[in-house]
Design a protein around this ligand. Structure first.
Ligand code: NAG
Ligand code: NAG
Ligand code: NAG
Ligand code: NAG
Ligand code: NAG
Length: 200
């Protein structure tokens, strides 16, 4: 795993951007009602794992190509009676100096962190899980175990050239995503995009 000490994560939230919600990802039909779909399309995904909700249904789907290092994820989010428009988020790395931790967890092992996770208790728990392992499946299971949520959980293990386009809802009780880079005391760094969504 490459060292990403000299890279900076650029996070863009394009607020009024209309996210196109057509197309299919696996069995998930993004045009089906209610219109509370979120999706993530990424390149530079080396590995991924899910937990909390099966991926063979029609409300949580993931498709990846290991050779092309791509992944596509869809979540049919349970917003209750709320009607919300998704926000669009783009993550990519670019050359730069220095690191930044914009999350609530101040563990010195966290060298990069950006969260779209308004529930800070949940955000902290997710980061604690990310610190425990460089294996996405272990982290996904650990998040499920520690949060006890039946939400759909995705953990993407990313390379430093990862590019992610995601749609998100800025709500406390149905969405949480954290982009986190970990530097352990020993060994190589790792970089995760972790997403949790309450699905229908
Ligand atoms: C992300 O969106 C941009 C356009 O906004 C597009 O050029 C790019 O290919 C997309 N990346 C992925 C991984 O889908
Ligand atoms: C999904 O997989 C689980 C366990 O493998 C199975 O119990 C369930 O029936 C499957 N659901 C669908 C919709 O195929
Ligand atoms: C880290 O956060 C905890 C809890 O918010 C706080 O008590 C502690 O002082 C912080 N440590 C540093 C080094 O900022
Ligand atoms: C991801 O790809 C799907 C299928 O092509 C598309 O419908 C969706 O809008 C994309 N999501 C984002 C956030 O760009
Ligand atoms: C925030 O997350 C924690 C941990 O999952 C949960 O106990 C709490 O109820 C959540 N708060 C809100 C407002 O959703």
């Amino acid at each position: 795993m490459a060292n990403f000490a000299y890279l900076r994560l650029y996070l863009t939230i394009i607020l009024s951007f209309a996210v196109q919600t057509s197309g299919n990802i696996g069995k998930c039909v993004l045009s089906s009602a209610p219109p509370s779909w979120l999706s993530t399309n990424g390149t530079g995904i080396l590995e991924y794992a899910t937990a909390g909700h099966p991926t063979n249904g029609t409300s949580f789907c993931i498709e990846g190509n290991h050779d092309q290092k791509t992944a596509h994820v869809a979540y049919h989010i349970d917003l209750g009676s709320e009607v919300l428009a998704p926000e669009s988020v783009e993550h990519s790395f670019s050359e730069n100096l220095g690191s930044q931790n914009g999350c609530v967890n101040n563990n010195t092992g966290v060298v990069y962190c950006f969260a779209i996770c308004l529930n800070e208790t949940l955000q902290n728990m997710v980061i604690e899980s990310a610190l425990k392992s460089n294996q996405p499946s272990v982290v996904a299971q650990d998040i499920q175990k520690t949060t006890q949520l039946d939400w759909a959980i995705t953990v993407d293990y990313n390379d430093p050239n990862t590019h992610l386009n995601a749609s998100v809802f800025l709500v406390e009780d149905a969405w949480c995503s954290v982009y986190v880079g970990i530097r352990p005391k020993l060994g190589f760094d790792w970089l995760y995009e972790i997403q949790l969504g309450k699905v229908l």
